[in-house]
Design a protein around this ligand. Structure first.
Ligand SMILES: C[S@@+](CC[C@H](N)C(=O)[O-])C[C@H]1O[C@@H](n2cnc3c(N)ncnc32)[C@H](O)[C@@H]1O
Length: 228
């Protein structure tokens, strides 16, 4: 991701309670490791950690767990959490598919967030996409009843293909339409990629799915809200 070089991380920041290797994460993730019993929100592919830090501040009663496969971005996101003294979020460096499959118990997450996953454009590379059948089945398994999957992207083909796959391989209800909000300041976006996409005047495709709600097949559902 990111075209610009990442800002330097202050070496004085203590990342030890914000950054973890995947192998250091217990199986399953539990209240003892998280530090308390609280609703858990998981973000796959956290990038520079804007969602994780903003959401953790907005919902202090929740615990947040981000996972990012590229070490330099995982460190950057952890530094953001440490700098902002956020105690209810942590980032794991590793593969989100493994984290969800091997480290999350059934019905343990209140939400799973996937924002702007790598599109892997070429036909022969599409099998590398994060949102594949196995991962979606795992997401459904780890969501608690009423829990939600949030998926945003700027790639219409990935969006439509994923919506069809969710319908085919899970019982998640949706897509629910998600309204776009006007930013109140320069970083008031869900993620850095949302910011980049909207500033470029391009369309963002957003969907939310819920576990344990009756499926709605009416055409009014899943309305895509395009940038104004
Ligand atoms: C296009 S970026 C989007 C970052 C962020 N979600 C945003 O919207 O700004 C995709 C991110 O997902 C990460 N990623 C790709 N595959 C992953 C995987 N299997 N597990 C965890 N992170 C992954 C990439 O390293 C990259 O940081």
């Amino acid at each position: 991701m990111g075209r610009r070089a990442l800002r330097k991380i202050d070496p004085a920041l203590d990342l030890s309670r914000r950054l973890f290797a995947l192998d250091a994460v217990p199986r399953p993730v539990d209240a003892a490791w998280l530090g308390r019993r609280a609703p858990l929100e998981v973000e796959a592919g956290s990038g520079k950690g804007l969602f994780l830090s903003a959401a953790a501040m907005q919902r202090p009663e929740h615990e947040f767990l981000g996972i990012e496969i590229r070490p330099k971005y995982a460190r950057f996101a952890a530094a953001r959490l440490a700098k902002q003294q956020i105690k209810n979020a942590r980032i794991v460096c590793g593969d989100a598919q493994r984290l969800v499959r091997e480290h999350l118990a059934d019905s343990s997450a209140a939400a799973v967030h996937v924002y702007f996953p790598d599109p892997w454009w070429k036909a022969r590379h599409k099998k590398r996409r994060l949102l594949n059948e196995l991962f979606l089945r795992d997401v459904e398994r780890v969501l608690q009843p009423g829990g939600s999957l949030h998926f945003w992207t700027d790639v219409e083909e990935y969006f439509q293909a994923t919506l069809a796959l969710i319908r085919e391989v899970t019982k998640l209800a949706g897509p629910l339409s998600v309204a776009e909000s006007a930013p109140q300041h320069d970083l008031d976006y869900r993620t850095h990629f949302e910011r980049r996409t909207r500033l470029a005047g391009e369309r963002v495709y957003r969907a939310e799915f819920r576990k344990g709600e009756p499926r709605q097949d009416s055409p009014g559902r899943g309305r895509i809200v395009s940038p104004s």
